[in-house]
Structures are given as C-alpha cells and as structure tokens.
Write a protein that binds this ligand. Sequence first.
Ligand code: SF4
Length: 578
Amino acid sequence: MPFGYHGRYLRIDVSRGTGEFIPLEEAVLRKFLGGSGLGVHLLLENGAAVADPLSAESTIVFAFSPLVGSSLTTSAKFAVVSRSPLTERINDSLASSGFAIAGKSCGCDAIVIAGRAPELSVVVIDDGLVRMESAEDHRGATCRDTESGLRAHLGASFRIASIGPAGENLVRYATVSHDGRHAGRGGSGAILGAKNIKAIAVRGAQRVKWAHPGEVTELSRDLSKRSLGPATAKYRELGTATNLVTFNRFGALPTRNFQSGTFEGAAELSPEQLAATRAKTRESCVTCTIGCEHIYSLGKTGVRVEYESLFALGSLCGVSDADAVLRASQRCDELGLDTISTGGTIAFAMECAERGWLDSGNAAWLKFGSADALLRAIDLIGARKGIGDLLAEGSRRAAQAIGHGSISIAPQVKGLEIPGYEPRALQTMALGFAVGARGADHNRSGAYEVDFSNKVDRRNVTLDAVRHAIETEDKAAIMDSLIMCKFLRGVFTDFYAESADMLRSVTGWDVTADEMRETARRIVSAKRQFNLLAGWMPEEDTLPDRFLNTALPNDPAASLSRERLDALVAEYHRQRGW
Ligand code: SF4
C-alpha cells in the first residue's frame, strides 16, 4: 500500500447492495492525486461520460485525498464527481469535514456508486463492510434532520452525507450535504435522488501511514501558523460576505439578473450591518485553523452566511431584506439546494415575468425585490410544484421552455448559473466562466483575482489575460485534488514547490514543483476529455448574449464584445494545445 493512500477504491452497486474493493495502481494515484483528479479518472474508467446522469447507469464518485487524515490545515475535504444533470458535462463539487476522514478510514481512497436502489435507502459503510438500509422513515426530511436521525439510529461515530427533499425530487441543482456544508454545484444531490439514495453513512478505523511523519508535523505547524496571517484575515474577521460591499464599489455586484453591477440595498446585506443587528459566531471545518464560517442568528437558529448566497438570493433577486435573505439561504440548506443556481434561476424567472414572458396567472407574483416571492419560489422548486417544476430544471432548460429568446438573458454557461462576478466588469473572469469545464464557475477558475490585481485592465482585457486565467485554473486543479481549501491560496509563496513538499512528506514520492505543474495540466485535460466524450461542442465556450456587445448600464466602460471574447477563448484553446 502506498503511503498516504489505501491503494484501492470501493465500488458499490446499489441495485444489489454489494460493494467490492478495486485496486488503484500507485502510478494512477501519482498522476491524479485524489479529489477532483482521481474522481475524473475513475469516471472515465467507468465509462460515465455518456450515461444519462439521472439513470441507473450513471456513476458518482466520492473521492478523498492523500492529505485527508493528516494534521495539515483545511485538508479534511472530499470531492463529489459525476456527469452533471444540470450541464451534462463534468461536475466536481467539494465539501468539508468529518465525512472525508471517516470515509477514508473505511479503507478506500474513493467510493464509486452505480445502479439504482429498489427503494429509498441509506448506504452504510461500516469499516469497509457495505449494507443498505431503508430510508423510507427519512423521506422528505431536511439534510440536517436526516443526519441527526441517522446518527441517533446508527451511532454517533458515523458521519453522514445526505440529500434533502430537493435531491429526492430530482431538482437539477440539488446538493449533497454534510454537517451543514454542501457539495453544492451541478446537481450531485439529484444523482443520488435518482439512485434512490437518501444518505451515505461512513465510519472506520483503517488509517494510512505517512512516509515522513516528522515532516508532515513540521509542515502542518508551519502552514497553520501562516494560515493565521494577513492573507486570510478577511475570511477570519468578516467572512466572504465582505465581498458584497467591495464588489458593489467596483460595479461588479450582479443585480436583478445581471441588469446592473450595483445594488442600492448592498449596505443592508453587508457583514457589518448583519452583525449590528444579530448575534454572530464563528465555526470551522474539521482540521481548519482559519474558520471562515460566520453564523448569524435568525430567530432561535443560526445561518451560515457566505457571499455567494447573499448575492444570489439578495442583489440578484433585488432583495435587500436581510432577514429574508438569511431565511432563503437557510431554506436552501434545509431543502438541499445550490444557492447560486436557485437565486440565478429565480432572478431569471423574475425578469421573464416582468417582460410578460411567463403566464401571468402563474407567475405575476414573481417580482424583483419581493422577499415573499423569493421564499415562495424556493419552496416550490424544492417540491417541484407549480412553476417550481419548471425552475427546478435550471435557467437554461427553463429558457428553452419559455421561448421569447429568453436564453439570451438566462444567467448560465453550459447550463450552470453564473456566480457573483459581473463578467463585463471582470473580464478575465468572463473568460474563466466561458471556458470552464463544469460551466460558469469561480472555484475551478480563480480568474477574478487577476482582475483585482494590477496584471490586467479588468474592463478591457487583452490576450495577455489568457495565461493568467490558465494559471488560476491549473492551481485550482491541484488544490481540488490534493485537497486544500482555496482560502489558503494567498498563504503560499511558491505554490507548486510547497504542494510538492506536502505530497512528498505524505507519500514519500520524489515529486517536484514541475511534476505538480504537469499534474495540474493532466487533470484539466482529463476534464476536457470527459466533456468531449459527453458531447461538448465549441459553441459552448461562450457567455449569454446579455453580456456581449452591451455595456453595463452603471459603467459604460465595462463592455465586452463578442469578437473579443471569441479571441480570448481561441487563445485559451491555443495555449492549452487543444
Ligand atoms: S477556510 Fe472556511 S471553508 Fe476553508 S476549510 Fe476553513 S472553515 Fe472550511
């Protein structure tokens, strides 16, 4: 068995309730590391690129990493990788905490799930032994209630990943949830729902060995110390919510379905204002020293507040009522809905209703700025009732059904709703969105960082921006495969060399910075290979018409022509060698 790994994955056929361990060659682990990289490799090996994501033939991978179980800060993470039911392209979503450690302790580097259970079920993996139990008692339960109910029944030492009602109802952007955190984007929850899997429960006692335990301890100590420095102060002190005010100042805060880059209600959703009127606590994922999670009180409960949820359920829908936005975020968590796609799809529907493109008897209540409409729409989506059945399909499919050319204002790329970065004001990010393997995505491309640096003119980028965009995508491929939290990225002084050091201390491999760069490109290429097999076409690498040739109303200098985006995309493909 290689150091840092178990050297095998657990393949579970939920149709029959059986599991078998399949060896993983050390050469494969070295090439794809873990997390997203290993997940994509296993999907390719299992022929998952062509199967309908919501069919019994689809495959979903929960992949751990060589660092899971170590004391390296932020390393308790897992990737959920599949063909997305929303985009039908590759989807890799990451989540944190005890499920990663307990899952790897079952004696495997990944769990691969195929088939469809005959009834709503829980997959129980007890130290590597697989069994299925009925989950009928948990049908319709929220993610949190499912987790607590199953731990009460199975034992507190189990860690649970589950879906909420949205996953059961096959909402195409349903999440997989664990401990209040989510593998959020791309609809992994709908895949489990289609497989009749309500939850996966794991516990185990199988530990891997580190090649150089002393070095692992030394590197952990050093990284933890640096993780408390200025590079992460923003996340520790205010959390990601602080972006809302900053982006508004830059005219880059998506508002009312991307009709503007400034929101008059931004101050009401700022972390300072949220903290002024309600109690706040901080939490961390397991093994994390940073603790970016800011929980704000809402009645007798607390809500984890992040920028992406505030923007998507706040400014994007024109809602400035902070209580309503927190309640909407909480409701999405309970139902198991991706907040970005939920807010994006509702905002799109609000604009369609405003333009008279939706049946007025059915949708006249869908109005920008209406907290009631926001909350009502979320519940309808989770239950797939009324107009919620259409919106549960995501903005691209909804636009195809609505017609009127509404696809031009559907806020999506490859079907994935655009996160909180106005593409016209942040044009390196616009390129990152256009070429993203899983669609518009700020986690697989960190190109917005380039826009906020002095490397480019963010409202008028040239072809020089392409190499920077590629660099952020490559680094993300390593962080998502090793796996480490993105909020650490500012802490590294030489990212590839330090990543190589961590991997070497854990595995004993004589890995170098250059090898890590090569590995990053290999993982990005594997995603590309998956998408080609899944039917990718060149015209997918673009943005909706709304963003092209029309300047941002609040900032006439923020304009991106179709020709310029096409040239950036072509240069991206050229530099990738595709
Ligand atoms: S920085 Fe935040 S998201 Fe990242 S591991 Fe720590 S608590 Fe989790």
